[in-house]
Design a binder for this molecule. Structure first.
Ligand SMILES: *Cc1c(COP(=O)(O)O)cnc(C)c1O
Length: 395
């Protein structure tokens, strides 16, 4: 059996996306900036894609800039808002502790350049509190950037409330919606979102392409200088095959969203119920306000990396709560942000399921995770210490 349960890392491309891309590569190879018909045909497809993407999040076409993906969109949004703030003498930014590194590292860079950053706690349930957000906003705040859904624990943030607070206070609101676009409904107008980042490969589109929504009236700064593509805000010949593949994937994802979510929620909750039977385990993040595809568990007394290796041998692709940074295994900042201690965070497993997963596959995952956890505990010194009372159980 082969089960791909790492859809938060990337997704398999949809048939429609592959078809749109190959069709484009074969027939629409012109440069959208060229004035002859072959170029203009490419330009028409590009602008149609922009209209379609805009409509899917209730934006206007000229509010969409095509980029190379989520990381670029996050960088451009945050640096642009910081530049606008600087011109007005506002150099304070509010974000959260468990943002993606594309956001956190950009904020670190700004901090070195004299900006002040407030990172809100996300508490045990993995959700920012709007009263704390409101209290954190100051007269010199130029940006609030809070992700729509977390990539590790899947928790969904109160985006519409945050948007309305920011709008009232006149602060730009950016959201990294990379895990959310194509998975939960998004309406940038209703939710008062000023800037939003998305990435195609998280919703069955191709890798290396995404978009940034930027509400009209907010001036973007360029990360990439050069030609006048994307209204002068993002130079470089457009990745038309990628953009058309992304558009095909997103149209399909939005069309089938409710059906997919209903199915994934039922499988997700089945997995959560099954894995909860493992002693000294705990679900990470709110049980309900989470993405339909996300299951994240901590198991005491084991290492996440070893679970992954053993699951891989059973044909299950999943992810853990650790990241290999410069050769050392660091527990994830997300799990630490919800209060998991280092040891427990290390023994974590993220399953991010796709639309086509079956109940039988979920049962296969449950029985294999149970087996693997038991096996690893059988020779874990930490588990022995827990069992003999030398160490206290946390979960
Ligand atoms: C994947 C991801 C990104 C990065 O997107 P890329 O297109 O891979 O650069 C940013 N933020 C979140 C929440 C993600 O899940």
């Amino acid at each position: 059996m082969n089960i791909y349960a790492d859809n938060a890392a990337t997704t398999k491309m949809s048939e429609a996306a592959i078809l749109a891309m190959t069709e484009c590569m074969e027939n629409t190879y012109g440069n959208p900036s060229s004035l002859y018909r072959i170029g203009q045909r490419a330009k028409e497809k590009l602008e149609k894609a922009r209209e379609e993407i805009a409509a899917l999040i209730n934006a206007e076409p000229k509010e969409i800039i095509f980029t190379s993906g989520g990381s670029e969109s996050d960088n451009q949004a945050i640096l642009s808002a910081a530049m606008i703030g600087k011109k007005r003498g506002k150099k304070h930014i509010v974000s959260s502790e468990f943002e993606h590194h594309a956001v956190l590292h950009t904020l670190k860079k700004l901090e070195k350049n004299g900006y002040e950053i407030t990172l809100l706690p996300v508490h045990e349930n993995g959700i920012v509190r709007t009263d704390e957000l409101e209290a954190a906003i100051r007269d010199d705040t130029c940006l609030v950037t809070i992700m729509t859904a977390n990539n590790e624990i899947g928790t969904i943030q109160p985006i519409a409330e945050i948007g309305s607070i920011c709008r009232q206070k006149g602060v730009i609101f950016h959201t990294d919606a990379v895990q959310a676009v194509g998975h939960i409904a998004i309406d940038v107008k209703a939710e008062n979102i000023d800037m939003l980042s998305a990435s195609a490969h998280k919703f069955h589109g191709p890798k290396g392409v995404g978009f940034l929504y930027c509400r009209k009236g907010i001036i973007l700064s360029n990360l990439i200088e050069g030609g006048a593509q994307e209204r002068g805000k993002r130079a470089g010949t457009e990745n038309l095959p990628g953009i058309l593949g992304m558009t095909a994937a997103l149209k399909e994802a939005v069309r089938d969203m409710d059906k997919h979510n209903e199915h994934k929620v039922s499988i997700r909750d089945h997995l959560i119920a099954g894995l909860s039977e493992i002693p000294h385990s705990a679900l990470n993040g709110d049980a309900e306000k989470r993405l339909s595809g996300n299951v994240n568990f901590s198991f005491e007394g084991i290492e996440g990396e070893s679970i992954l290796m053993l699951l891989d041998q059973k044909g299950i692709s999943a992810s853990s709560g650790s990241a290999c940074t410069s050769g050392a295994l660091d527990p994830s900042h997300v799990l630490l942000s919800i209060g998991r201690i280092h040891d427990v965070a290390h023994g974590s497993l993220r399953l991010s399921i796709g639309e086509d997963i079956t109940v039988g596959e979920a049962d296969y995952i449950i029985s294999n995770v149970k087996e693997v956890v038991e096996y690893l505990r059988s020779f874990s010194p930490v588990w022995r210490d827990l069992m003999t009372g030398k160490r206290e159980f946390i979960l």
